[in-house]
Design a protein around this ligand. Structure first.
Ligand code: ADP
Ligand code: ZN
Ligand code: MG
Length: 479
């Protein structure tokens, strides 16, 4: 039987605020001793009241607007009750039937063209603490530093159909959130967490099957792998005449498998009710408009602009604009030397190639965008060849030194003086009688070989156009 996978994602994102969602504690707790960023409010001590963080609200509204969702004029916090040691109040302040945002979409690029993935809702909530399990001990410890850190949860409609689409959705969502400076979206550090819901239905059907919710993936690749595994597992269950259990499963990165965590039967009844300690959030249109005005140019718009303004392909513009910092870096370079296409090529083939190899991002580059622009300028001016430029680039990447200095110190200037190249051309002709004969006999490919020989003799520094011209002149018009 052929099955159609159905996928919906629930993404938790930590908002980049300086203080927590309902108290003044600093969110800058990474690497700090446990339980040092806490106060009576986030520890859930009796007799204290939460106060909503303005900045968290603004970032949530900004996100809703950026994905074209509807910002609720009236939203409300709700208590979600469950008992677990990471939750000192024994309830989490979240939103339930009155979330801050409804609807909206994320556009992904598929081979057949762009497709919009609908969003169900976006709501605000506080994070929980973290359990620590010391090795070899019979007890666990709890760190409340993360408790009450602001999160938004972004829930997609079940409109994704393949693990690849899920990955593209996550990449675009991350890109938008980074543009907004709403979150640093670091999945390894947990500031972006994704639960993936997946079910199968027979191809051609429109009735969704029972879904599994998979948790515990810590990279986009892991999400795709977990979904692939789950799709195969469910297909096997169905093929064997079984039924897929509606349950929560945990991804295990090491074994590449998912394991049942809890079934829907013992799923929690959270007994949501409106949070009595916080007033409803009532937003005036003026407030929403002012947030809308603060939206930056978003990835899709920036990509369209790169195509129109710089004549780049959709693919190239997409790669450059996916990462806000990379796009900024590229544009600074274009400002110095307006050869956008060449700069785009250098960024994509060399710069991103090196960074990927080293597992680094654009923030780690030792030279400036102006330096790369200068390198392209040197090529465009004929001072160095494109081939030599790659060596210069390698040196710039390693040491951060500007291209002109590298070229000067290593004596890499292209030789464009005919008399200086002539000697090498003569030598190449004398040493390769066979190629010369073959060229004269009408085989133009032999010319390429001779050009290569001259380049070798000049250590790659001869101007290739000039070498070509001189060789043709010396060998006569045949070929
Ligand atoms: P639950 O009641 O289990 O929380 P929801 O209806 O709230 O389920 O949906 C949670 C997420 O699961 C959403 O992202 C939604 O798109 C997705 N989802 C819902 N039903 C299915 C299904 N049958 N298959 C795959 N994903 C689904
Ligand atoms: Zn606090
Ligand atoms: Mg739900």
């Amino acid at each position: 039987m052929d099955y159609q996978p159905v996928i919906g994602l629930e993404v938790h994102v930590q908002l980049s605020t300086r203080s927590k969602l309902f108290c003044g504690c600093s969110t800058d707790y990474s690497g700090k001793p446990p339980n040092t960023h806490v106060c009576p409010v986030c520890l859930g001590l009796p007799g204290v009241l939460p106060v909503l963080n303005d900045e968290a609200l603004r970032l949530a509204v900004k996100t809703v607007l950026a994905v074209d969702g509807e910002v609720a004029r009236f939203s409300q916090f709700a208590r979600k009750q469950y008992f677990y040691p990471d939750l000192p109040k024994a309830y989490q302040i979240s939103q339930y039937d009155r979330p801050i945002g409804l609807g909206g979409h994320i556009e992904i690029d598929l081979p057949g063209g762009p497709r919009r993935i609908g969003l169900t809702r976006i709501h605000m909530e506080e994070d929980a603490g973290k359990l620590v399990h010391p090795a070899g001990e019979a007890h666990s410890l709890v760190d409340y530093n993360r408790c009450c850190v602001p999160l938004i949860e972004i829930v997609s409609e079940p409109e994704l159909r393949t693990p690849e689409e899920a990955k593209l959705y996550l990449q675009k969502l991350k890109s938008v959130l980074e543009y907004l400076e709403a979150s640093d979206c670091n999945m390894e550090e947990g500031s972006l967490r994704c639960d993936a819901n997946v079910s199968l239905m027979p191809v051609g059907s429109s009735t969704f099957g029972a879904k599994a919710e998979v948790k515990n993936m810590n990279s986009f690749k892991a999400v795709a792998r977990a979904l692939e595994y789950e799709i195969e597992r469910q297909a096997k269950v169905l093929d064997d005449g079984g039924r897929v259990a509606q349950e929560t499963r945990l991804w295990d990165e090491a074994s590449g498998r998912t394991f049942p965590m809890r079934s829907k039967e013992d799923a929690h009844d959270y007994r949501y009710f409106p949070e009595p300690d916080l007033p409803p959030v009532v937003l005036e249109p003026e407030y929403i408009d002012s947030v809308r005005k603060s939206l930056p140019e978003l990835p899709d718009a920036r990509r369209a602009r790169y195509m129109a303004q710089f004549g780049l392909s959709a693919y190239d513009a997409g790669v450059l604009t996916a990462d806000r910092r990379l796009a900024g870096w590229f544009e600074t370079g274009v400002g110095v030397h307006p050869n956008a296409k060449a700069l785009s090529n250098w960024v994509q083939s060399e710069l991103l190639g090196y960074l990927n190899r080293d597992g680094l991002d654009i923030g780690a580059v030792k030279f400036s965008p102006a330096d790369l622009a200068e390198l392209v300028k040197l090529i465009d001016a004929g001072t160095i060849s494109g081939k030599i430029a790659k060596d210069v680039f390698a040196e710039m990447y390693a040491s951060g030194r500007p291209p002109a200095a590298v070229v000067r110190e290593k004596g890499l200037e292209q030789i464009s003086d005919e008399s200086a190249i002539e000697g090498a051309v003569q030598k190449a002709i004398e040493a390769n009688a066979e190629a010369v004969a073959s060229y004269r006999a009408g085989k133009p490919a032999a010319l390429g070989f001779l050009v290569g020989q001259v380049m070798r003799l000049t250590k790659g520094k001869a101007n290739p156009g000039l070498v070509n011209k001189l060789l043709r002149e010396k060998l006569g018009g045949e070929g």
